[in-house]
Design a protein around this ligand. Structure first.
Ligand code: IPE
Ligand code: IPE
Ligand code: MG
Length: 252
């Protein structure tokens, strides 16, 4: 039985988020510049997206460039932006072929104009695709997102659209970049690092975390299947007891 066949498609995470990490170390192992690692990460993006869509995952979110990544050497930042531009341009055909809708979260205004323009065009060109939403987190960080949400909320209070006592979970959620998506149920990070690096801090409150030593450019379909299988073996209790969870299952 293949890994894919072992997956229970009725219990898939609706939303999977991935911190794609390890491109630099992969390149170093191959005796190449870090940029070579980023270039080789594109195959992994394609594999993860196609595998998730084929299974029936509704949302796949990829952390592609963080707010903090702007602090990398200019040569690397420029190469990453160039690679992003080229990939968006080239992949539009594959996205449409696979019925995948592209979406982006983050401070898109901070991207080079050309990137923003093409990104918005591909988002528009794929907007009626319905099999899966592929979201790229670009110039994204969770603290940036939360600060923006706080600003919007403060303005709504000043304009008396809402009173402080009415602020609840939903009220915060609708101000986040992810307002139209369910929270990720599974968060994968490659390269063996066990941290979340400012990614979706609000949204991963109850996500299952999965860490793999695989470096991102080596990530393939089977790596995604393994992560999903691991997820399906976990008991998600959301603060309740194991007995309560088992009873709900029996009642179903
Ligand atoms: C992830 O790989 C890609 C980005 C953050 C853009 P890294 O570039 O962080 O690779 P390592 O962690 O240095 O190996
Ligand atoms: C996180 O990876 C950001 C992305 C994957 C885009 P980093 O490599 O930038 O994170 P740290 O510096 O190891 O925490
Ligand atoms: Mg890294």
């Amino acid at each position: 039985m293949s890994l894919k066949e072992k997956i229970d498609v009725n219990r898939l995470p609706r939303h999977i988020a991935i911190i794609m990490d390890g491109n630099g170390r992969w390149a170093k192992r191959h005796g190449k510049h870090r940029i070579f690692g980023h270039q080789n990460g594109i195959t992994a993006v394609r594999e993860a997206a196609e595998a998730a869509a084929e299974l029936g995952v509704e949302y796949l979110t990829l952390y592609a460039f963080s707010t903090e990544n702007w602090g990398r050497p200019k040569l690397e930042v420029d190469a990453l932006m160039q690679l992003l531009l080229q990939t968006i341009k080239e992949e539009v055909v594959t996205l449409n072929k696979n019925n995948i809708r592209l979406h982006a979260i983050g401070d898109l205004n901070s991207l080079p104009m050309r990137n923003r323009k093409h990104l918005l065009k591909v988002i528009d060109d794929t907007r009626s695709n319905s099999r899966m939403t592929l979201t790229l987190a670009l110039s994204y960080s969770s603290r940036w997102e939360l600060i923006e949400a706080a600003k919007k909320l403060a303005n709504e209070i000043i304009q008396q659209k809402i009173i402080p006592d009415q602020v609840d979970q939903r009220c915060i959620e609708r101000l986040l970049e992810t307002y139209n998506m369910p929270d990720p149920e599974l968060l994968i990070r490659t390269s063996g690092e066990m941290r979340v690096s400012n990614f979706m801090l609000w949204q991963i409150a109850y996500a299952e975390l999965y860490f793999t030593p695989t470096l991102w450019p080596d990530f393939r379909r089977d790596d995604l299947y393994e992560a999903i299988l691991d997820f399906q073996h976990r008991e998600r209790r959301f603060g309740k007891t194991s007995e309560q969870i088992q009873n709900v299952k029996k009642e179903e």
